[in-house]
Design a protein around this ligand. Structure first.
Ligand SMILES: [Zn+2]
Length: 296
């Protein structure tokens, strides 16, 4: 099961809210998943849990049993919640404050509780979220451009600045910011999913940081070891051919220091001299030792 489906299923198990919030959730579901044609309102839904939830919400909000839930006609097909009859549809649209083009007749949602419910309905009706292991991406898809604009503003009024783009004949409203996605999931009631999202995010970031650190450390270490190995070989050669005593005092001291501390990085090696010298000074002396060995 995808992360998105898991999130939706967990939202469907949520206890229904108060009447005002049920109405808001259903309004968003109708806006995202509904079509009104020839006196019939249909909501097409792939996920059975969501179809069941819409069916229950319709019955509760309308206090009627004119609504029908149709099972898919073939395996893998979609569920359809159907409402027939001019009177029933007009009554539902009035209750949800939607126009016949399934656009909200209100400029914004007043109550804070209802805003969260509206976003939950939107997510169930037209949303999806990527697995945070792979990507930070949450989106809502609609075919109605005016509604896409309305919805982007709703998100903004809840503090989420979403991007919008056209994909074929659809409009996609999306969030890419991991903090915003986690927060929104929490707001609409997917608390457990939000915690999982945060855990995965933290794990992923930690893993990246550790990898970077390890790569960086081992690269530096290899570099230091390679350089030290060359210097040791040069010092041994000088010792073999002319003897270290033949070196000028500063180079002699440097050669002894390297022999005694084969593993030290240049900066630390320079500090073992008396008096200690800088990294570039040590580098200079070691280069001289390499040159002498080369000339032998
Ligand atoms: Zn409410």
């Amino acid at each position: 099961m995808t992360f998105s489906t898991e999130t939706k299923n967990s939202l469907c198990r949520m206890e229904a809210d108060t009447w005002c919030c049920k109405r808001s959730e259903l309004a968003a579901l109708v806006c995202f998943a509904g079509t009104l044609r020839k006196g019939t309102l249909k909501l097409n839904i792939e996920n059975k849990n969501i179809a069941d939830r819409i069916f229950a919400l319709m019955q509760e909000v309308m206090l009627s049993n004119e609504v029908v839930l149709e099972a898919p006609k073939k395996a893998g097909g979609w569920y359809t919640v159907v409402l027939c009859g001019e009177k029933a549809i007009q009554s539902l649209l009035r209750t949800l404050e939607l126009s016949e083009t399934l656009m909200p007749c209100f400029a914004s949602i007043e109550l804070e509780c209802c805003r969260a419910s509206f976003l939950r309905g939107a997510f169930l009706g037209g949303g999806s979220v990527a697995d945070p292991e792979k990507n930070y991406h949450l989106e809502f898809v609609t075919t109605n451009q005016s509604f896409a604009e309305f919805f982007t503003q709703q998100l903004a009024s809840c503090g989420y600045i979403a991007g919008m783009t056209a994909r074929k004949n659809h409009f996609v409203i999306y969030l890419k910011d991991s903090e915003a996605i986690a927060e929104l999931l929490g707001l609409i009631g997917a608390g457990t999913t939000m915690m999982n999202f945060y855990n995965i995010k933290i794990e992923r970031e930690l893993r990246n940081r550790v990898n970077r650190q390890v790569n960086c450390d081992s690269a530096n270490l290899t570099k230091t070891m390679d350089a030290a190995q060359k210097q040791l070989e040069a010092i041994h050669k000088i010792d073999r051919v002319i003897g270290l005593d033949a070196l000028p005092p500063q180079l002699y001291e440097m050669a002894r220091a390297r022999l005694e501390n084969p593993e030290l990085a240049l900066k630390d090696l320079a500090l073992t001299l008396s008096p200690p010298i800088g990294k570039s000074g040590a580098n200079h002396r070691l280069a001289k030792l390499l040159a002498i060995a080369d000339s032998l």
